[in-house]
Design a protein. Structure first.
Length: 349
């Protein structure tokens, strides 16, 4: 199987490598720093689109000629044969039309506003699995319904609809801020069924007319249905009970439950020293009093996190002098170097 990349110029290879970097770095950063994967994916999709716009600009200047993502876009006819292009079932989810920014913006809204609270329900690992199921479900559904087609498909819509399907399956009564008519909290069941119903109508209309709308409606439906079906299995044993009604991840009942669970698993600070003294170096003068207060009054999650946030804002990693951040783990909140947890993590795991 011939690959287009074999004939790329150095400029075209550079654009492709840049795209690969910008879509992977935010996701790797989210895993390394224990921050939101949903936001990491959102940033990846946005930055990937920026690189695609950059390609258009370079093409207008005759710097590049080949569309450098030919080997990464989903073409059903290529995926039905040898596994050479099976990677496109995933990679196409990080590509969008550089001439239609509304496509990527629509997906970004769902990835951020639906993905973040869903990740809070599932936890990062389970959220990653749901995202992959939605992405693959959309790609496979499109391939099956268009077997033999040489028309390319691209976009994160299958994965985005997968998030809607998963959320509907798990916590339909959650309310999340979403810009329908106005930006306000809407029940997940309303948002998800509205989007799914509209896609179903569009798909049926396209089939009746026999003319393509230019939108992969079956990919949207496939991602939604796949994630909806697999969510109960993926969420089994997760941090939040399925179907619980507590106002959503930011609701007061949910926050109280999370804090109670955090308190029951928090590492005790009794007998601990500050991380600078643990390393045999002097703690910065401006952090002595905050750490004293943290060690004395850090038995409650809210108080511990408040003092840790203050220390993170005022301090720096004793190893690399990078900024500090507050992360929540199963054993409670921790101070961590934003560059690498291997540099600094306190209390120590």
């Amino acid at each position: 199987m011939a690959f287009a990349v074999s004939v790329f110029s150095p400029a075209e290879l550079s654009v492709l490598v840049l795209w690969m970097l910008v879509i992977t770095i935010p996701i790797v950063y989210a895993f390394r720093t224990d921050t939101s994967l949903a936001m990491g994916i959102t940033v990846s999709v946005l930055l990937g689109s920026v690189v695609q716009v950059l390609w258009s600009l370079l093409a207008s200047w005759d710097v590049v000629y080949f569309w450098v993502w030919s080997d990464f876009v989903l073409v059903p006819a290529r995926t039905n044969g040898a596994p050479d292009f099976w990677h496109t079932l995933i990679s196409a989810g990080f590509l969008h039309s550089q001439y239609d920014l509304t496509h990527v913006l629509g997906n970004v809204i769902i990835l951020a506003l639906v993905g973040v609270p869903l990740e809070q329900r599932l936890g990062r690992g389970r959220f990653a699995l749901v995202y992959i199921v939605g992405l693959l479900g959309g790609s496979l559904c499109w391939t099956v319904f268009n077997a033999g087609s040489t028309t390319m498909a691209l976009g994160a819509s299958g994965a985005a609809f997968g998030l809607l399907g998963a959320y509907l399956s798990g916590w339909p009564k959650d309310e999340i801020p979403f810009p329908l008519l106005i930006i306000r909290p809407w029940p997940v069941v309303f948002i998800a069924l509205l989007y799914f119903g509209m896609e179903l109508i569009r798909a049926l209309s396209t089939m009746d007319s026999g003319q393509s709308s230019g939108i992969a409606h079956m990919a949207h439906i496939g991602g939604f249905v796949a994630a909806y079906a697999f969510l109960p299995l993926i969420a089994r044993g997760g941090p939040v009970e399925l179907g619980i009604v507590d106002g959503g991840p930011s609701g007061q009942n949910a926050v109280s439950t999370r804090l109670r669970k955090m308190k029951s698993t928090m590492v005790s600070l009794d007998g601990l020293e500050d991380p600078w003294t643990e390393r045999g170096i002097a703690i910065p003068k401006h952090l002595r009093e905050p750490f004293k207060n943290l060690l004395q009054a850090g038995d409650e999650p809210e108080t511990r996190m408040a003092w840790m946030e203050h220390i993170a804002d005022a301090g720096a990693c004793p190893t690399c002098k990078g900024s500090l951040g507050l992360v929540e783990r199963q054993s409670g909140p921790r101070l961590q170097c934003s560059t690498s947890s291997a540099h600094f993590e306190w209390p120590s795991p």
